[in-house]
Design a protein. Structure first.
Length: 94
């Protein structure tokens, strides 16, 4: 069931059992905290990470055949986040 919350965002209420007690939890959409522009940047970065991992996986597999694509994607994503953090720190120092 969806209801309009005071902040005009959608809230989903779910009931779960807890040893005979009823527990009500409110779930707000993750995008409620992010602006549309920030969410757009995040999605674009995820797509870029996936495409980079997809194109570089054959070389990784040739060197390390036991590394799964999922592991490779995680590594590529982490490397991109580290390099993005370094770039942000460099730009703040200017």
């Amino acid at each position: 069931m969806y209801q309009v919350a005071p902040s005009a965002s959608l809230v989903r209420r779910t009931a779960t059992g807890n040893g005979g007690n009823m527990v009500i939890r409110e779930h707000r959409p993750a995008t409620a905290a992010l602006s549309d522009a920030a969410r757009d940047r995040e999605v674009r970065q995820e797509i870029e990470n996936f495409l980079n991992a997809l194109s570089s996986y054959p070389d990784r597999f040739a060197r390390q055949p036991y590394v799964s694509f999922e592991e490779h994607l995680f590594i590529v994503t982490a490397e991109n986040q580290v390099s993005a953090g370094i770039e942000r720190r460099r730009s703040y120092g200017r």
